[in-house]
Ligand binder design. Structure first.
Ligand code: ATP
Ligand code: MG
Length: 571
C-alpha cells in the first residue's frame, strides 16, 4: 500500500483526554478516532492489526477443534429472564425498542443464545463434545467507559462455549482452551499471566483470567515469585496465620469502658493498647434484605467479592447507622457479635480458635475483652473473606506475596449446568438418560487485546508492534519521491519484491521532509523501516532500521534477503 492513499492522521500533540500511553498512541499514530465516550472508529491501520489478531485467534481456535459460528447481536429479553440474568446484569444491559415497542437486548455476551441454539440442535452424547465460537461486537452499558478501547461501550469479543457430557470431559475442554489462550497471546506478542479468578455474574465454579501486567491495569493480581500461585485480588488468599491473641485469654468476657474509642486504631493507642490483630471488627451488611454480621480480624480488610461469593447474595450493601442501631442497639464503633442471636454471623476463617480478643459490646462507649470466639460468639458459618495484602504468606509456598496491577484480556470459565438447566440444553447419555450438558465459556477482548499490546510495547517515540500484529511489517521510506529517480526506482523494486513474498509493506510516498517521515514511522511502530536516500544509494546501500534495533547499512541488492531473515528470526 502507498502511504499517500491511506487515511493515517498522525498527531504531533498528545490529545488531552487520553490518560494512558496506549490510548494516547492509538490516537497519535492515527489508528482510531473517538465518536463519543466509549465509541471509536477504527481507521485503516487499526483494522489491519485487528484482523491479524482475529486471524491468530481463528487459527488457534480452529486448531483446538472449535467451530466458528455467528450469532445475532440483538437478543430477545425472554432468554435472559429464563437464565435469571435479566435482573442480575440489569446494570450493563443496553436495550432498544422496535416499532411495536417491544424491548430487545444488545448482546453483552452470548451464553443464553448459544445454549438456546444447542438445546434445539444437540440431543445425544454421540454429538459431543462441541465448542462453538464467534468473533463479534458486544455492547455493555459500562458505568465508566475509559482508556480508549480498554473499557468501551461497544467492543469486539471472541466468545466460545463448550458442551460436554461429564465434568471430566468438561475439564478437558477447559484445559484445551487454557492452552489455546496461552498460544494466542504468545503469538500476539503479549506477555500474560493466568490467574485464579472469581466467577461473578457469569456464574460457574472455576475460572482463570489472562492478565497483562501493566501499571495502568484496572485489576490487581496477587502472585508468588516462585510462579506457584497467582490470583486476581478478588479471589486471592493467603496462608492463615495463627490468630490466638498474646493477651490474657480470661475465663469469661469482661466489659470495659472505652469512651470515644470508635475505631480499631483508637483501641491500639493507650490507655487500651490492644493490637489490631487482637481485635474483632464487626461489619454490618444488608444482604438481599437480611441483616448480616461479618467478623474480620482488626488488621484485615473485607473483600467484597468474596462476601458476595460466600453468600450468593445479589443485593449487598453496608447497613446504615440507623439500621444498625435498630438491629444491635449501638452505633458503629461499639459493635460486636458476642451473644448475638437470631442474626446471621459470617466470620473470616482466620478468626477460628481466636481467644483473648477485644470487640465492641453493642453498647456505645463499651467493649468486651477476653473474647473467645468459639465460646462467646454464635458464628453461623466460616469463610475466606480477607482482602490479601502484599507480604502475607503465599498459600502454596509460604513466601511473601506480591501485588501488581494488570489488564484482563481473556477469561475462561467452567460453567457447569447453570445455563443448560435453565434453558433446557439436555442430551441423552449412553444409558439412555436425559441430562443437562456441562458447559464452559471462554472470552477474549479482541479490541482490548490490541490496545494491551501497545500498552506493553512502546517507548518514547511510539508503538513497537510485535511482527505478527503490526499493521504493516515493513515501511519503505524513500527520502525523495521524484518518480524515476534512482531512489524511487529502488524503493519501488523493493516494494514489489516484498509484496511478492507476502510481506505487508507500506511505501511512504508522501511529499514530506525525511524527519517527518522517520518520526511518523517510529510513532506508528512498523517493525522494520528501510530508508533509501541518495547518499547511501551512491554507495549501493540502503538503511535498515528495525524498530527495536539500531540502523544497519545493507547493500541494496541484499536488502530483501536481510529483511526476510530478520522476519523469520523475530516472529
Ligand atoms: P471487566 O472486569 O474488565 O469488566 P469482564 O469480567 O466484564 O471484564 P468478560 O465478561 O469476562 O469481562 O468478557 C470477556 C473479555 O472481554 C474480557 O476479558 C475483556 O478482555 C473484554 N471486555 C469486557 N468488557 C469490556 C469493555 N467494556 N471494553 C472492552 N473489552 C471488554
Ligand atoms: Mg465488565
Amino acid at each position: 500500500m502507498r502511504w499517500s492513499q491511506l487515511l493515517i492522521p498522525t498527531l504531533k500533540e498528545t490529545p488531552a483526554d487520553a490518560e494512558i500511553v496506549s490510548h494516547k498512541l492509538l490516537l497519535r499514530a492515527g489508528l482510531i478516532r473517538k465518536l463519543t465516550s466509549g465509541l471509536y472508529t477504527f481507521l485503516p491501520l487499526a483494522v489491519r492489526s485487528l484482523r491479524k489478531v482475529e486471524n491468530i485467534i481463528r487459527e488457534e481456535m480452529n486448531r483446538a477443534g472449535a467451530q466458528e459460528i455467528l450469532m445475532p447481536a440483538l437478543q430477545p429479553p425472554e432468554i435472559w429472564q429464563k437464565s435469571g440474568r435479566y435482573d442480575i446484569m440489569i446494570d450493563v444491559l443496553l436495550k432498544v425498542r422496535d416499532r411495536a415497542k417491544k424491548e430487545w437486548i444488545l448482546g453483552p455476551t452470548h451464553e443464553e443464545v448459544v445454549t438456546t441454539l444447542v438445546a434445539g440442535e444437540i440431543s445425544s452424547y454421540r454429538q459431543l463434545p462441541k465448542n462453538f465460537y464467534q468473533i463479534q461486537t458486544k455492547f455493555r452499558d459500562e458505568i465508566r467507559p475509559r482508556f480508549g478501547l480498554m473499557r468501551a461501550k461497544e467492543f469486539i469479543m471472541k466468545d466460545a462455549y463448550s458442551f460436554d457430557i461429564s465434568d471430566e470431559a468438561a475439564q478437558v475442554s477447559y484445559q484445551k482452551m487454557y492452552q489455546t489462550y496461552t498460544r494466542i497471546f504468545q503469538r500476539c506478542g503479549l506477555q500474560t499471566v493466568a490467574v485464579d479468578a472469581d466467577t461473578g455474574a457469569i456464574g460457574g465454579k472455576h475460572s482463570h483470567e489472562f492478565m497483562v501486567p501493566a501499571e495502568t491495569g484496572e485489576n490487581e493480581i496477587v502472585y508468588c515469585e516462585s510462579g506457584e500461585y497467582a490470583a486476581n485480588i478478588e479471589k486471592a488468599t493467603s496462608r492463615i496465620q495463627e490468630a490466638t491473641s498474646t493477651l490474657d485469654t480470661g475465663t469469661s468476657v469482661e466489659k470495659f469502658p472505652t469512651p470515644g474509642a470508635v475505631t480499631i486504631n483508637s483501641l491500639v493507642r493507650q490507655p487500651y493498647g490492644v493490637a489490631m490483630r487482637d481485635q474483632i471488627k464487626t461489619l454490618v451488611y444488608l444482604i438481599d434484605g437480611k441483616v448480616t454480621l461479618v467478623l474480620m480480624r482488626g488488621d484485615h480488610q473485607l473483600n467484597d467479592t468474596k462476601l458476595a461469593a460466600a453468600t450468593g447474595g445479589t443485593q449487598i450493601r453496608p447497613s446504615t447507622p440507623d439500621e444498625i442501631f435498630v438491629a444491635l442497639g449501638a452505633h458503629p464503633g461499639s459493635l460486636g457479635a458476642v451473644g448475638v442471636l437470631g442474626v446471621t454471623i459470617l466470620a473470616d476463617e482466620s478468626l477460628k480458635n481466636a481467644a483473648g480478643m477485644t470487640t465492641g459490646a453493642n453498647e456505645d462507649g463499651f467493649h468486651f475483652r477476653h473474647v473467645n470466639i468459639a465460646r462467646d460468639i454464635p458464628v453461623t458459618s466460616w469463610h475466606d473473606l480477607r482482602l490479601v495484602a502484599a507480604g502475607e504468606p503465599c498459600p502454596v509456598t509460604g513466601t511473601p506475596l506480591k501485588i501488581r496491577r494488570a489488564i484482563e484480556v481473556g477469561h475462561v470459565f467452567k460453567l457447569g449446568t447453570k445455563y443448560s438447566e435453565s434453558l433446557g440444553a439436555l442430551f441423552v447419555d449412553e444409558a439412555g438418560e436425559k441430562r443437562a450438558l456441562i458447559m464452559g465459556c471462554y472470552g477474549i477482548g479482541v479490541t482490548r487485546t490490541l490496545q494491551a499490546v501497545i500498552e506493553q510495547s512502546n517507548d518514547k517515540d511510539g508503538i513497537i508492534w510485535p511482527i505478527n500484529v503490526a499493521p504493516f511489517t515493513v515501511c519503505i521510506t524513500p527520502l525523495s519521491i521524484a518518480s524515476e529517480s534512482p531512489v524511487m526506482l529502488v524503493a519501488e523494486r523493493l516494494y514489489q519484491e516484498l509484496t511478492e513474498r507476502n510481506v505487508d509493506v507500506i511505501l511512504d510516498d508522501r511529499d514530506e521532509r525525511p524527519g517527518v517521515k522517520f518520526k511518523d514511522s517510529e510513532l506508528i511502530g512498523y517493525p522494520i523501516r528501510i530508508g533509501i536516500g541518495e547518499k547511501s544509494l551512491a554507495k549501493g546501500e540502503v538503511e535498515i532500521k528495525p524498530r527495536k534495533g539500531s540502523l544497519q547499512a545493507v547493500p541494496a541488492h541484499d536488502a530483501l534477503e536481510y529483511i526476510l531473515a530478520y522476519l523469520k528470526n523475530n516472529s
